[in-house]
Design a protein around this ligand. Sequence first.
Ligand code: ADE
Length: 416
Amino acid sequence: MSEYKVRDIRLAEQGRRQLEWAELHMPALMEIRRRFESEKPLKGIKISAVLHVTKETGALVRTLMAGGAEVSLAGSNPLSTQDDVAAALAEEGVRVFAWKGETVKEYWQNIREILKVKPDIVMDDGADLHALIHESYPDLRPLGGTEETTTGVLRLKAMEEQGVLRYPVIAVNNAFTKYLFDNRIGTGQSTVDGILRATNLLIAGKIAVVAGYGWVGRGIAWRLRGMGARVIVTEVSPLRALEAVMDGFDVMPMTRAAEIGDLFVTATGNTKVIRADHFLKMKDGAVLANAGHFNVEIDVEGLERLAVSKRNVRPYLDEYVLPNGRRLYLLAEGRLVNLAAAEGHPSEVMDLSFSNQALSVEYLVKKGEELERKVYNVPQEIDEQVAWLKLRGMGIEIDQMTEEQKEYVKQWRYGT
Ligand code: ADE
């Protein structure tokens, strides 16, 4: 067994059962694993990954190992690690440095631990690993990297624009088979799941305010509406605001929404979207949750400064009393509620995201030397292959174009 640091290695058996349960619902990734087992495309490759250490990530890590890789793993958020999964992976030879409830200092120490192996490939969710390598490891030049999430891709594009990116990175987030399902459907469901587990409140009849109408915000707004909430959307983009209006949501500035919302969910990727002037306008009992990658969207420090008292009510639910006597309830310390208070996206969705990850890693190993120091989209062939694998796994067949149809879509002469 290799070195590791996890909460409790005795949780390994429970973790193995969780992994089995996830894998049962990840047919595309399992098909990739079977091919990796026979072809060993990652033989001798050292991979360091900063990902939420969940049962689905465990299924991905096992797949990379089946391909011949040696994997080191750290968590992508101090609150998102599933300790039983971390223990199971440690027993299977993964260098895991992750536990639920890490301090911020431990979080960074764990990322440094996984860089000790001098990885060939780095995988990240949020770009903390990529940023750390660029800032503090000038001699480390991996063949390439992947990035799982919108926030991370934005950071990497900024690095590319500033001319500092040192290796090619595949933006897994930008695959159709990733963002359309993971960001929208996965976050939609798992965010509601986190809110329900933390509060056990009724969604029906509530006024829910969703900040941001990107793929994640869209997913959350639609799910909350589906459960009977009256949903208000706040936006800064006129295009997205218009889309939200035409999708039938109320759209207004946060200053007005603050006065009427019962439940607030942030999904903007930006900072201090809900802040002091908003807190002071909120109703007694308002619930605040964040679904964005970083804990910056709700100004928690501002809330701490403003509050006259704070107490924990139940797991992942803190009460803040404001000077005006009203009580606000913050979920999961303002960290991503779906992974902190629940288990992240369901396995069926992560099947798509992590099939893209596995195939992107294989692509980097094959083609990394030829690539420039840029952020690349997932090649179209991989995106389509993932869709095929998933459809096959779900037992769904689709039509194929006839020869006549193939010719028809290429021509421009025949109209009406
Ligand atoms: N991000 C969101 N849900 C996740 C999950 N279940 N596993 C890993 N990363 C995630």
